[in-house]
Design a protein around this ligand. Structure first.
Ligand code: S3P
Ligand code: PEP
Length: 445
């Protein structure tokens, strides 16, 4: 789904970042808003949906399985759902593009419907592990034929009625948790997921908001989430808050570029997503929350971020689940701190859109930053606030977060940073470069 032709991009240092930026809708919440609306009986309306390629892949898949999904001229999306149990057999393979969330959550939905679906994706997604969802969904009765190594393309035949299970998450993953809960929506009885460490809880919040009987209990074993199956979902009006994972790039940019003072509007602050802000504050970042409010059942605020000298830290590994997508941005912040930052306990970074440990080690290294790679993390030697040398080529590896993180690094570099392909940013933040151009006062490239 990303542009077939690579779109190279150069980012250079152009002075302080000042003014206001507004972040786009949250990607995780946008996926879930479309999926649950498509399973409710009646019309739901979604405002602030992220119109990025990943979410559009989810929309296309839900349409292919019977939902009516339309965007009106004012940017509001209306969804007419088919009801839990009502998904139709898609006529063609579901193209998931670059999106792990679409793939794993939709596999959960299909698993408890009497339909068969084939899932395909781009080169990046086709390398990512699906066994983590195949295993619990097979226990619920789904029949999956995957490519060697448990990857896409794969074919999943659902079972209806499916078998409700109790599942202890072996890996901290909101996608695996959500896949099982979504399969449980149409399984008779109670499906239970136990997560030893909390991961983003948007599925739980939204399922409850749509009227599913869902309970969450804190126990010594972790959070126990129970959902009663054969649920009937009531249509909703949903307002999607801004994506903290997109806001992260501006938080880091304003922190590292001397003289910067940015107001970042509409940042979701669900506590399962705020690890980057916590880590940046430990490094000495100046981040002030303003106008705290609740949007769509989620805490939101505007963030004023001013440049501040950063100091190296040992990144607390317990922050990992709440900042899992923000490590590439954090590694860039670390490149400008005084001292050596060490981030361990983040092995999951190896199985994202790229191997984000290797990709960032290579990208920073090419631009004169010294790093040390561990199996589960990275150590980064910071400049103490000086610009990095720059002039290196960055392989973005079909990974939006590598592209945006290294673009931010280029904002405080002696010579430009060169991205081989900025196209992947369209998956989660299509307006990223136009926004950056606007902040730098230059014509969109
Ligand atoms: O559930 C979600 O919306 C997501 C969960 C995380 O993945 P994992 O579940 O693989 O950690 C995250 O990396 C991804 O960007 C979105
Ligand atoms: C890991 C990510 O997304 P996904 O798993 O949905 O591809 C991400 O957006 O950083």
């Amino acid at each position: 789904m990303s542009a077939a032709q690579p779109s190279p991009r150069t980012v250079e240092s152009r002075g302080p970042l000042t003014g206001v930026v507004t972040v786009p809708g949250d990607k995780s919440i946008s996926h879930r808003a479309l999926m649950l609306s498509a399973l409710a009986v009646g019309e739901s309306r979604v405002t602030g949906l992220l119109e990025g390629e990943d979410v559009l892949a989810t929309a296309a898949a839900m349409r292919a399985m019977g939902a009516t999904i339309e965007r009106s001229a004012d940017g509001v999306w209306t969804v007419h759902g088919v009801g839990v149990g009502g998904l139709l057999q898609p006529a063609q393979a579901l193209d998931m593009g670059n999106s792990g969330t679409s793939t794993r959550l939709l596999m959960g939905l299909v698993a408890s419907h009497p339909i068969t679906a084939t899932f395909t994706g781009d080169a990046s997604l086709s390398r990512r592990p699906m066994a983590r969802v195949i295993e619990p969904l097979s226990r619920m009765g789904a029949d999956v034929t995957a490519s060697p190594g448990g990857t896409l393309p794969l074919m999943l035949r659902g079972l209806c009625p499916a078998v409700p299970i109790e599942y202890h998450l072996p890996v901290a993953s909101a996608q695996v948790k959500s896949a099982v809960l979504l399969a449980g929506l149409n399984a008779p009885g109670i499906t239970r997921v136990i997560e030893p460490v909390p991961t983003r809880d948007h599925s739980e919040r939204m399922l409850a908001g749509f009227g599913a009987a869902l309970s969450v209990e804190e126990t010594p074993d972790g959070r126990v989430i129970s959902i009663a199956g054969e649920a009937e979902l009531r249509p909703q009006d949903i307002v999607v808050p801004g994506d903290p994972s997109s806001g992260a790039f501006w938080i880091v940019a304003a922190s590292i570029v001397p003289g910067s003072d940015l107001l970042i509007r509409n940042v979701g602050l669900n506590p399962t997503r705020t690890g980057l802000i916590a880590a940046m504050r430990l490094m000495g970042a100046d981040i002030v929350e303003q106008d705290a409010r609740v949007v769509g059942g989620e805490p939101v605020a505007d963030l004023r971020v001013r440049h501040a000298p950063l100091s190296a830290i040992e990144v607390p590994p317990e922050l990992a689940p709440s900042m899992i997508d923000e490590y590439p941005a954090l590694f860039v912040a670390a490149a400008f701190a005084s001292g050596k930052t060490v981030a361990r306990g983040a092995h999951e970074l190896r199985v994202k859109e790229s191997d984000r440990i290797a990709a960032m080690a290579a990208a920073l290294g090419a631009n004169g930053v010294s790093t040390q790679e561990f199996e589960d993390g990275l150590a980064i030697q910071g400049t103490g606030g000086e610009p990095i040398p720059g002039s290196g080529h960055v392989a973005t590896r079909l990974d939006h977060r590598i592209a945006m993180s290294m673009a931010v690094a280029g904002l405080h570099a002696r010579r430009p940073v060169l991205l081989d392909d900025a196209g992947p940013v369209a998956t989660s933040y299509p307006a990223f470069f136009p926004t950056l151009d606007g902040l730098l006062g230059r014509e969109p490239q």
